[in-house]
Write a protein that binds this ligand. Structure first.
Ligand code: BGC
Length: 858
C-alpha cells in the first residue's frame, strides 16, 4: 500500500470511533440534572453517523472511543457543583493600565516579541496591543445581533468544517480554524513533526524552544490555521500520565519557561496559541469524570504557574479541561476561569472548551467564552451555546454585557494577531486526507534542521563509561525494533494510536500529526557507517532473546533500543488506556537489554520513552556502558540520536522529571477504577511536593534526579555573587516596599502578572569553566531554599540558562530573580508574599548537584 493510501485508511479511522471486537465505543452525553432542557441549535450542521474500522495490530489491542461517557445523576461524595440559575451581570475586566516603560517593560506586539534571554530581563507588555485590538473588536460587533454574537462563540459542530474546530463567518468576520497539535499541524500533509514538548523541555534551552514555536507558528499560518491548539502545559504529576509527553515535565518553572517561549514563537509566526488544558488534567483515566482536588496554594504555585507565564507571553486563547476541579467542572469553574485566569492573571484573550467539555449554558457566566467543537456531544446537533445561549440572553438569565465580552474577546484575539490583514485561506482538510487541499501548501521549509537540533539537544546522557562518543567503530550491532523504520510506514495508526513497530518518535492521540517522513536510527547509523566504514549488523526482533544475544557476540559495540508509549485516553493500546499501566520498557525491553548485556561488554542503551522508566534491572550491569535518554524526537529522531552517539552534538540535555528506583517512590500514582457513574476523587495530597520536591523532602534517593544529564566534557563552577537590582521609579515602588515589609500583593486585576512582581530584583553571577577536552554546553540551574517556616519544599527551581564553552575556557553567567520568584502564595491574604526569614539558594548542574551556594540579601 502506498503511503498516501495507507494514510487515507488511517485518516478514515481517525475520525470515526474505531475499534476491534473488544473495543468499547462511547459517545459523550454530557448533561446534569441542573441543566435546562436543551433545544437544537440552528447553527449546527447535519449529524454525521459513527462507523468503525479495525485497529487491531500484531496481537495488540487498540480501541478507540470518543470522549468518555458522562451520565446524568453522577455519583460522588459531594456531587459536581454547578452554578445555580439566577441573574448574573458581568463586567469585562479592563486592560491593565500601567504605562509601558522601556527598557524593562516595553509595549510589545505579538509579531515582535523581545529577543530570547536567559533571564526575564524584559517583560513584554501586551496591554496596548490588546487595547487596540479591543477597540477594533468592539467596533465590529457594535451592529451585530445577539444571534450573530452567539455564533462567534459557538463552533459549527464536530466534523462540519475543514479543521478540528471551526467557527462560522459572521458579517465581516471570516470565522476561525482551530487545529491541533502542540508539536505540528494535525491531519494534513507536507508539515513538520517537531520533537514533543517533553523533548523540548529537556533541552532547557530557551532559544530552541522559541525557534520551535516560531517554526510551528509559520507552518500554521501558511496552512491558514487561525488558532493552534497548543502548547500543552499540564504537569507530570504522575509518572504514568498518558499525555505527559505533550507537556514540559514535572516542574512548574521549567514548564512555565517552555510555555512562555513556545507561545512567543508561535504568535510571532502569526498563529494564535492556546494554553491547555486548564487545569489539573494530569491523568487520562476518567478524565471527564474525575475531580482533581487541589489546595489553593498548590494550585497557584504549581499548576497555574505555566498558565500565568502563558498570559505574560500574550497568549490569545486558553482551553479549559475535561476534568472537575474541586468538584466543579473546569469549563464551568468561576474560581479558575474568572477569578484566577481573568482577574488575577489579567488574561485578555478568550477561553475555549476542550472538545465537548462544556457542561451547560451557564458556563458562560463562569468565564467560558467559546464552546468547541460546538455540539454538546460529537455530532449531537445540539449545543449549550447556540440557540440556548441566545435564549438565555434574550430572557435575561445571562447579561448582554457578558455576551458582548465573549464575542469581543474572540474577535480581539484575531485582531491582536493581525489575522484581519490578509491571512491565508485554510488548506488543511482534517476529515478527508484525499482532499487535494492537504497538499496545496508545503509548509515544511527547512524546519527539519530545528527538529534535528532539538532532538539532539533534548537527549539526555544518563550514563557513560567511556563508550561514547563512538569513534569509527569497526563493528556495530543495532538491537530492538525501536532502532528500525516502522514496518508499514511512518503513520501506522491513526493519531499514532498503536504499538509502534519501529522507532517511537511521538506518543498517541490528538497531540500528534502525520509524519511526512521519519528517519529511524537504523537509517541514520547506516549513513554514518558508510563514512566510517563500519560493519553494521541488526536484529529488530524484540522477542527472540537468544537470537539477540547471539547477534552481539564479538561486536565492538551493541546498541539496544527500547521504548515506552502512552497517549490520549480515547485510544487504548495494549491495555494502556492513555496512561501507562507500568513504568517498564515495552516489548519486555528489560529482558532484551539483559540478553544483550550478557554477551557484549559494551552495551549501549538508547531509550525513546514518553516518561520515566524503572531502570533498576540493568542500570548497574557492568556491561551496560552508556544510557542515552532520547525522548521523542519527531521526524528527524534517528538523525538526532546518531548526532549524540557520534558526538556531532555534545549532550547537554537534562531530565525534566525524576527517574525513580521504584514506582512507589513517586509522590502520586494513577487513580484508576470507578464505575461508569462515579466521579473519581484525585486528591493532590502531596501538595507542593511534586516530583523532585517530594524526593528531597522525604529523603528518597532517586536513580537519576530532576535536572541531571552528563556531557562528553566536564564543567567547573566558581565565583558566585548576588547583587540587588534597585527598582526604577516607574516600577510601582509602593507595592515593592509593601512586599519588602512582608505585605502581600494586592487583590486586583492583573495582580499576579504585575511588573513590580516580575521585574528583575536580584542578579546572581558566577563562572562556568569547561574543564574537559571538547566543546560543550552546560545548563546551570538555580534552586531557592526557603526558610523552614515558609512551608516550602527543600529546593525549588527558579532559574536556568544554557552556556556553550570551549575546552579550558571560562564563561560568566548571570541569572536574575524576581520578587515573584521568591514569593509564596499566601492563602489567607490571597496574594504573593515574601516569607519571613533567610532565603538561600544554590547553583549547580542538577537538583542534587549543587556547586555554589549563597544567601539572598535581606
Ligand atoms: C484534546 C485536546 C484537543 C482537542 C481537539 C481533545 O480531546 O483533549 O487537547 O485539542 O481534543 O482535537
Amino acid at each position: 500500500m502506498t503511503r498516501t493510501s495507507l494514510s487515507f485508511v488511517l485518516l478514515l479511522a481517525s475520525y470515526v470511533a474505531a475499534s476491534n471486537s473488544s473495543a468499547t465505543i462511547s459517545t459523550a452525553s454530557a448533561s446534569d440534572s441542573s441543566t435546562p432542557v436543551m433545544s437544537s441549535t440552528s447553527s449546527m450542521g447535519s449529524t454525521s453517523s459513527m462507523s468503525s474500522a479495525n485497529m487491531s495490530t500484531s496481537g495488540v489491542t487498540t480501541s478507540v472511543s470518543t470522549t468518555s461517557s458522562m451520565t446524568s445523576y453522577l455519583a460522588t461524595e459531594t456531587g459536581p457543583l454547578t452554578l445555580p440559575i439566577s441573574q448574573y451581570s458581568f463586567t469585562p475586566f479592563p486592560t491593565p493600565t500601567l504605562a509601558p516603560e522601556p527598557p524593562v517593560f516595553p509595549a510589545t506586539d505579538p509579531f515582535y516579541p523581545p529577543p530570547v534571554s536567559a533571564d526575564p530581563l524584559i517583560i513584554p507588555d501586551f496591554a496596548p496591543a490588546w487595547a487596540a485590538a479591543y477597540t477594533k473588536a468592539t467596533a465590529m460587533i457594535s451592529n451585530f445581533t445577539i444571534q450573530q454574537k452567539v455564533n462567534i462563540t459557538t463552533g459549527v459542530g464536530w466534523a462540519n468544517g475543514l479543521c478540528v474546530g471551526n467557527t462560522p463567518p459572521v458579517g465581516n468576520f471570516p470565522g476561525l480554524c482551530l487545529q491541533d497539535s502542540p508539536l505540528g499541524i494535525r491531519d494534513t500533509d507536507l508539515v513538520t513533526s517537531f520533537p514533543a514538548g517533553i523533548t523540548t523541555a529537556s533541552t532547557w534551552n530557551r532559544a530552541l524552544m522559541r525557534a520551535r514555536g516560531l517554526a510551528m507558528g509559520q507552518e500554521n499560518r501558511m496552512k491558514g490555521v487561525n488558532i493552534a491548539l497548543g502548547p500543552m502545559m499540564n504537569m507530570g504529576r504522575i509518572a504514568q500520565g498518558g499525555r505527559n509527553w505533550e507537556g514540559f515535565g514535572a516542574d512548574p518553572f521549567l514548564t512555565g519557561e517552555s510555555a512562555y517561549e513556545t507561545i512567543l514563537g508561535l504568535q510571532a509566526g502569526g498563529v494564535q496559541a492556546t494554553a491547555k488544558h486548564y487545569i489539573n488534567n494530569e491523568q487520562e483515566w476518567k478524565r471527564t469524570q474525575a475531580s482533581s482536588n487541589v489546595d489553593d496554594r498548590t494550585q497557584h504555585e504549581i499548576y497555574a504557574h505555566p498558565f500565568m507565564r502563558s498570559v505574560m507571553a500574550g497568549v490569545s486563547s486558553v482551553m479549559c479541561s475535561y476534568n472537575l476541579v474541586n468538584d466543579t467542572y473546569a469549563c464551568n469553574n468561576n474560581k479558575t476561569l474568572n477569578d484566577i485566569m481573568k482577574r488575577e492573571f489579567g488574561f485578555q484573550g478568550f477561553i475555549q472548551s476542550d472538545w465537548a467539555a462544556t457542561m451547560n449554558t451557564l458556563s458562560a457566566v463562569a468565564g467560558l467564552d467559546m464552546t468547541m467543537p460546538g455540539d454538546v456531544t460529537f455530532s449531537s446537533g445540539t449545543s449549550y451555546f447556540g440557540q440556548n445561549l441566545t435564549d438565555f440572553v434574550m430572557n435575561g438569565t445571562i447579561s448582554t454585557q457578558r455576551l458582548d465580552d465573549m464575542a469581543t474577546r474572540i474577535i480581539a484575539a484575531w485582531y491582536f494577531l493581525h489575522q484581519d490583514e490578509g491571512y491565508p485561506n485554510v488548506t488543511v482538510s482534517s476529515f478527508n486526507f484525499y482532499n487535494p487541499l492537504n497538499q496545496e501548501v508545503n509548509a515544511q521549509s527547512d524546519h527539519y534542521l530545528i527538529v534535528r537540533e532539538i532532538g539532539a539537544a533534548g537527549t539526555v546522557l544518563l550514563k557513560n563509561e567511556g563508550a561514547l562518543p563512538l569513534y569509527k567503530p569497526k563493528s556495530l550491532v543495532l538491537v530492538g525494533s525501536d532502532a528500525a523504520p516502522p514496518v508499514s510506514g511512518p503513520n501506522e495508526y491513526s493519531d499514532q494510536g498503536g504499538d509502534p513497530s519501529g522507532i517511537l518518535a511521538v506518543g498517541w492521540g490528538s497531540g500528534t500529526n502525520n509524519f511526512t517522513y521519519l528517519i529511524s536510527p537504523y537509517e541514520a547509523i547506516q549513513a554514518r557507517a558508510r563514512v566510517d566504514q563500519t560493519s553494521v549488523f541488526w536484529d529488530f526482533d524484540d522477542w527472540n532473546l537468544a537470537k539477540a544475544g547471539n547477534s552481539v557476540i564479538g561486536m565492538e559495540a551493541a546498541i539496544v533500543f527500547v521504548n515506552s508509549d502512552s497517549g490520549e485516553g480515547y485510544i487504548t493500546v495494549d491495555g494502556n488506556s492513555g496512561d501507562r499501566q507500568n513504568l517498564t520498557a515495552w516489548h519486555e525491553g528489560d529482558q532484551l537489554i539483559l540478553a544483550v548485556a550478557a554477551q557484549n561488554n559494551n552495551t549501549i542503551v538508547v531509550t525513546n520513552s514518553v516518561g520515566p522508566l524503572i531502570l533498576e534491572p540493568w542500570v548497574d550491569h557492568p556491561n551496560v556502558t552508556a544510557i542515552v535518554w532520547a525522548n521523542l524526537g519527531g521526524n528527524e529522531a534517528g538523525n538526532a540520536i546518531a548526532d549524540i552517539l557520534y558526538g556531532a552534538w555534545n549532550p547537554s540535555g537534562k531530565l525534566p522529571y525524576t527517574i525513580a528506583k521504584s514506582p512507589m517512590d513517586y509522590p502520586a500514582q494513577l487513580i484508576s477504577g470507578g464505575t461508569p457513574a462515579d466521579i473519581l476523587s484525585i486528591n493532590y495530597t502531596e501538595g507542593l511536593l511534586i516530583d523532585y520536591r517530594w524526593f528531597d523532602a522525604q529523603n528518597i534517593t532517586p536513580r537519576y534526579e530532576f535536572g541531571f544529564g552528563l556531557s562528553y566534557t566536564t564543567f567547573e563552577y566558581s565565583d558566585l555573587a548576588i547583587t540587588t537590582i534597585s527598582p526604577a521609579d516607574y516600577a510601582q515602588t509602593d507595592l515593592i516596599q509593601n512586599w519588602e515589609n512582608g505585605g502581600a500583593s494586592p487583590i486586583a486585576e492583573g495582580s499576579t502578572t504585575a511588573l513590580w512582581l516580575h521585574m528583575p530584583a536580584y542578579k546572581v553571577t558566577f563562572n562556568v569553566k569547561n574543564t574537559g577536552a571538547v566543546y560543550g554546553g552546560e545548563i546551570p540551574q538555580l534552586y531557592i531554599h526557603h526558610p523552614p517556616s515558609a512551608g516550602e519544599p527543600p529546593s525549588v527551581l527558579k532559574g536556568f540558562t544554557n552556556v556553550e564553552v570551549s575546552p579550558g575556557q571560562t564563561t560568566s553567567v548571570s541569572i536574575t530573580l524576581s520578587r515573584y520568584d521568591l514569593s509564596i502564595w499566601d492563602v489567607v491574604r490571597q496574594g504573593w508574599a515574601k516569607p519571613g526569614g533567610t532565603i538561600t539558594f544554590s547553583v549547580g548542574a542538577s537538583s542534587r548537584d549543587f556547586r555554589l551556594s549563597g544567601t539572598v540579601p535581606a
